[in-house]
Design a protein around this ligand. Sequence first.
Ligand code: ATP
Ligand code: ZN
Length: 283
Amino acid sequence: MLRIAIQKSGRLSEDSLKLIRECGISFVSSSYKLKVEASNFPLEILYLRDDDIPGYVQDGVADLGIVGQNVLVEAGCANLEVEALGFSKCRLSLAVPRGAEYNSVADLQGKSIATSYPTILGDYLAGEGVRANLHTISGSVEIAPSIGLAEAICDIVSSGSTLLGNGLREVETIFRSEAVLIAAPNLSAEKQELLDQLRFRMQAVRRAQRSKYIVLNAPASALDAVKALLPGIKSPTVTPLAEEGWVSVQSVVEEDKFWHIAAELQAIGAEGILVLPIEKRVG
Ligand code: ATP
Ligand code: ZN
């Protein structure tokens, strides 16, 4: 039995549960239970505060965890990471009051900076040769300058609207983060085998999310050009249409290239371009 710790409620929770479910693992989750067991995979899910997850996994209380890299690195547990998961992307940035003069990080020399990430920030400043006074606070970091607690802050930013609303200006990104799968050191052979199975499934889910199935009709004369645009996993499937001189082409495209490819396909005479989601993709 593998035990995985995920965030009980917060920005990581929904996507963590979704990923486990998309791996074909079924469980009944309820808001008051702190522990559930899956019905069709030897997995137990623990619901914890995200800050506690690295420590639980480091100590082997949980075998696995899903947590933001920001929290993982801050806890000094970066070595536990086994796989980046592509969700909960955010950045850790330095910000100063909008009117404050700022040309480079050297301007923070001797200043006071409020943050919940003293380790990551301390390492960054040391690397830049800047000495500052760090005030560690656990939340509402953005209001620190306006109440006179600090002259700058270092906090998680996603859109920047919270900074703006507090009269702050983002001046440096010091760390980029996303959710990661972590594992305890020295798992037993049996647990390692289960982890490998889980990672195989997670990779299939993530690969599928990045790919789309594409079906289109094209004049047979344009087939070479279509093939060049749609290399597919091996090569596209081509079948003749009932109408003479036309073929149907099926292939797989990367989602972020789709719009560009669709426009080029249309330009070379393709018609009826359909795009379908892919649920799982192995290999
Ligand atoms: P907990 O109560 O479990 O301690 P928390 O308040 O510390 O939760 P959340 O705000 O739920 O944490 O954020 C969890 C993680 O999600 C962060 O550590 C970070 O990795 C990521 N995250 C934070 N803000 C964003 C955002 N705006 N967009 C995407 N991901 C984010
Ligand atoms: Zn937290």
